[in-house]
Design a protein around this ligand. Structure first.
Ligand code: APR
Length: 228
């Protein structure tokens, strides 16, 4: 089977009811990145950061995967599908996708602020963390999120997978945030790249094909194109 690599961003979860970051009304219009999504914010005001991620987790419990996520599971019948997501939600997992890499961490996990490999998965009934919640070695728990200014540990693996792509699909990302956005440059020169997004995303290569639709409609078109 051919390798189908899919890079997803906030747009694939928009129709589930999770707002994107940079569209009008997006999350970064309501909050400042510096206040809630940097290591400095965690030092300056851990309560605010904790509240922000507790709210994100609460919202995640209230939403369901949409056909954008589900269509990617259907493609596993025809392709070796590998998803590389910038999203911290778990909607790809809940839709049933098998191979998922989270570049920017996972909302449902927390980790020790001192030992990055001590990671815990929160139960839905216990989704909140509080200042004072500690890991087994006695250090505060923090969100398992890659904040702005932090290294992206899964990048190397994502690059290796993208280099082997026979087809790359990009869904719902403005390609504004690096290093994730740089992945599109690691494909082989002849690898076709399909972009599903209702808004314009820079196209700078003859191998890029544009499906200018929302994720759930766009994935239907993609399945038709790829099955043909
Ligand atoms: N279907 C598909 N795409 C959509 C939809 C939809 N229904 N609605 C909006 N989009 C598109 C927008 O047009 C935009 O191109 O989704 C994209 C969302 O872009 P961003 O808000 O910038 O989100 P993303 O690219 O995932 O952000 C990257 O930035 O703040 C950080 O860490 C955060 O992982 C995130 C990273």
């Amino acid at each position: 089977m051919k390798n189908l690599v899919v890079l997803t961003g906030a747009g694939i979860s928009a129709e589930s009811g999770i707002s994107t970051f940079r569209d009008s009304g997006g999350l970064w219009e309501q909050y400042s990145i510096e206040d809630v999504a940097t290591p400095e914010a965690w030092v300056k005001n851990p309560q605010l950061v904790t509240d922000f991620y507790n709210q994100r987790r609460k919202q995640l419990l209230e939403v369901e995967p949409n056909y954008g996520h589900i269509g990617l599971v259907e493609l596993e019948k025809y392709f070796n599908v590998q998803i590389i997501t910038q999203n911290v939600d778990n909607l790809h997992e809940r839709a049933g996708s098998k191979n998922i890499i989270h570049l920017h961490g996972e909302l449902i996990k927390v980790r020790s602020e001192r030992f990055e490999n001590i990671i815990y998965e929160l139960k839905p009934e216990n989704y909140e963390i509080k200042i004072g919640d500690k890991c087994e070695k006695g250090y505060q728990l923090r969100p398992h999120i890659v904040w702005f200014g932090e290294a992206v540990p899964m990048l190397e693996q994502a690059v290796k997978i993208t280099e082997k792509a026979d087809i790359l699909v990009v869904i719902g990302t403005s390609l504004n945030v690096y290093p994730a956005a740089s992945l599109v440059h690691y494909t082989r020169r002849d690898t076709p790249i399909y972009i599903i997004d209702p808004n314009s995303v820079a196209i700078n290569n003859p191998n890029w094909y544009y499906i200018k639709k929302g994720a759930s409609e766009g994935i239907k078109d993609l399945i038709e194109i790829l099955k043909a």
